[in-house]
Design a protein around this ligand. Structure first.
Ligand code: UDX
Ligand code: UDX
Length: 433
């Protein structure tokens, strides 16, 4: 089938590439001309494991194309996925202006039936607004459908997730739209054996918000329990393991730490809370989830401050700038909270991240970035771990101890075993242990 994807970011590019790989003919559109030029030269604008190889293969096979023109995208295919960003608006609500503008543009170019599929995370009932807006811009009385097909892939394992989803959710309101989407996903359903759930559009839109908020809640819950662990001598690792083996709870997403970040959880929980407020139901449970997440960062900062006593004039190695390992994405990353605060307090920083350093440099150009992990921790007064990159766990502790000026390690991701750290003579603080 021919498929158009508008928005070639983390979600759009991975989705488009996946569709090409399963045999569809895909045109990816983005209004960022530089991004499209890069992709035409087979350079990746983002880092995602395994992505480049599949992009190259499909471009060379003639199944994956790039353009900046929505008009071209509208002509190209009967099905148009919208995967533009929905960043926080000025009051924290999800900003629908990019989604709206894609709808308007498609409507103004349409000459026959089109199906617009919301891939971006949108507020419930965006489909109604999209319909109203598109109807105003149609040049003639041309039929169209809206569908919702929320994306659940995680950065860092996006390719794997795209081919092996836990489930595919589609919200539709016409048989034709249902048939088109089913046909698009048929190869993935067949290969992965995943559940394919068809529902009404509002339910599909809400499934995404409810899922992300629930996962964020799981993290905040375990972080809250970690604080009680610190006050009682319990170990959050053991508690979470004990909880997680109960199948009703599940062992995933129970890692205590500095809190969740990224382009989705902070923004989506916020948007869901606001949606509830607008609808007249206060999602207080999620307001608490946000509060716990904020408090976790302050808590880690206090640990560092207490150990160093005076931050001014101290050298701190910050390990990890990305919001999680396996990605170059720094959106809502804890590093964006710690780095400015430490600089303001007068500390000198040495920064390390194997992939996200270039993205961080776009915001903080003049800092001391180290390519080598051991070099980064040499002669520092303290190490602050913010991302659980596997390279950190592989460090040889004896050499680390020798390289540091003072052996303080503040671990926001519980990378190391506290007993081993004690044995090596570190002053070690982690979360909930
Ligand atoms: C996606 C979803 O769209 C968002 O709703 C979800 O919450 C997170 O994942 P993501 O792919 O991560 O966003 O965002 P980004 O990498 O910023 O990609 C969006 C792309 O859309 C960018 O390449 C941007 O240039 C493009 N864009 C934006 C357009 O092509 N047209 C616009 O009008 C606006
Ligand atoms: C998330 C959802 O998982 C995905 O389904 C959705 O499509 C987009 O949002 P992503 O933001 O890429 O994916 O990463 P995820 O692996 O969910 O991690 C989000 C944040 O939570 C990271 O900052 C991570 O470090 C943190 N986290 C995750 C924890 O602190 N503890 C955990 O146990 C799991």
């Amino acid at each position: 089938m021919k498929i158009t994807i508008v928005g070639t970011g983390y979600v759009g590019l991975v989705t488009g590439t996946t569709f090409a790989e399963i045999g569809h003919d895909v045109l990816c559109i983005d209004n960022n001309a530089q991004k499209i030029e890069q992709l035409k030269k087979l350079e990746m604008p983002i880092y995602e494991d395994g992505l480049q190889e599949i992009v190259v293969r499909n471009v060379e096979a003639g199944r994956l194309h790039f353009s900046t023109s929505i008009e071209e995208g509208t002509d190209f295919s009967e099905v148009i996925f919208i995967a533009v960003g929905t960043p926080p608006g000025y009051k924290g609500e999800a900003n629908m202006s990019y989604v709206e503008s894609v709808g308007r543009e498609v409507a103004s170019h349409m000459t026959s039936y089109r199906l617009l599929v919301e891939k971006s995370t949108v507020i419930v009932n965006t489909n109604e607004q999209l319909k109203r807006s598109m109807n105003k811009y149609l040049k003639a009385n041309i039929p169209f459908d809206i569908a919702s097909n929320p994306e659940f892939l995680r950065e860092g394992s996006a390719i794997k997730d795209a081919f092996n989803p836990d489930r595919i959710v589609v919200g539709v309101e016409s048989e034709h739209a249902a048939a088109l989407l089913r046909k698009i996903y048929e190869p993935i359903i067949k290969d992965s054996g995943c559940e394919y759930l068809q529902m009404n559009i509002a339910s599909a839109e809400l499934t995404k918000h409810a899922s992300n908020s629930f996962l964020a809640m799981k993290i905040s819950f375990v972080n809250a329990v970690s604080r009680i662990c610190e006050l009682t001598g319990a170990d959050i690792g053991q508690v979470a393991h004990g909880m997680g083996l109960d199948k009703r709870i599940g062992e995933h997403f129970l890692n205590a730490g500095v809190g969740y970040g990224g382009s989705c959880f902070p923004k989506d929980v916020d948007a869901f809370v606001r949606m509830g407020d607008d609808l007249g139901y206060s999602l207080d449970i999620l307001k608490q989830v946000q509060e716990i997440n904020r408090a976790q960062k302050n808590h880690l900062m206090r640990k560092l401050q207490q150990e160093l006593w005076v931050l001014e004039g101290k050298t701190v190695a910050v390990l990890g700038l990305a919001f999680k390992p396996g990605t170059d994405d720094i959106r809502e990353s804890p590093s964006l909270y710690f780095v400015p605060q430490l600089l303001e307090a007068g500390s000198t920083l040495q920064l390390w991240d194997p992939i996200a350093a270039d993205k961080f440099k776009e915001l903080h150009a003049d800092l001391d970035y180290r390519k080598d992990l051991m070099d980064c921790i040499t002669d520092v007064d303290a190490v602050l771990i913010l991302t659980d990159w596997p390279q950190i766990a592989e460090l040889e502790l004896g050499s680390v101890k020798k390289a540091m000026k003072c052996p303080i390690i503040i671990d926001g991701r519980n990378v190391f075993d506290p007993a081993a750290m004690k044995e090596h003579g570190f002053i070690y603080h982690s979360i909930g242990r």
